[in-house]
Design a protein around this ligand. Structure first.
Ligand code: HEC
Length: 128
């Protein structure tokens, strides 16, 4: 009698454990899918940007509108750092992440299409 009731309790425990395990499994699966989908989106954006050949002039104009407040009118630095020779310190992918990622507040993340991103990159490459 006591053995059968304890094994029923064990079965309940096991079922409870499986239920929790299943929930954790499903939640992790969802998290991973979101993570990978997001990464693919980011990669697509980066590849598209790097395939374009931007214009220094357009990039300069974009910089004047969006970046001079912090990096200075000649990109020599203000609140944000001097960006001359930035392309020797960071590769294009890292610069794209810096501009679009919002990873280092107070610098905001910029929502910028690949064409304009490639213009900005071209401008940054033109700074020596
Ligand atoms: C609100 C101020 C602000 C604005 C606007 C801003 N930045 Fe920045 N930026 C910063 C700060 C501050 C840093 C330094 C972040 C850190 O490393 O902690 C930085 C860092 C950078 C870096 C990396 C520099 C390095 O030495 O690693 C790049 C590249 C850059 N910004 C480009 C841009 C571009 C391009 C724009 C315009 C589209 C822009 N930033 C707009 C504040 C700003």
């Amino acid at each position: 009698m006591s053995t059968s009731s304890s094994s029923a309790a064990e079965r309940d425990l096991k079922r409870e454990f499986l239920k929790k395990f299943f929930i954790v499994f499903v939640v992790s699966l969802i998290c991973f899918s979101i993570f990978f989908l997001n990464r693919n989106e980011n990669n697509k954006y980066i590849i598209e940007t790097l395939e374009l050949n931007g214009s220094v002039k357009e990039g300069d104009a974009l910089f004047k509108i969006n970046c001079v407040g912090c990096h200075g009118i000649t990109a020599r630095g203000l609140v944000g750092p001097d960006l001359h020779s930035i392309t020797q310190r960071l590769n294009d992918k890292e610069i794209i992440k810096q501009v679009t990622g919002g990873i280092t507040p107070p610098m905001p993340s910029f929502e910028i299409d690949p064409v304009n991103m490639s213009n900005l990159l071209k401008y940054l490459h033109s700074l020596e």
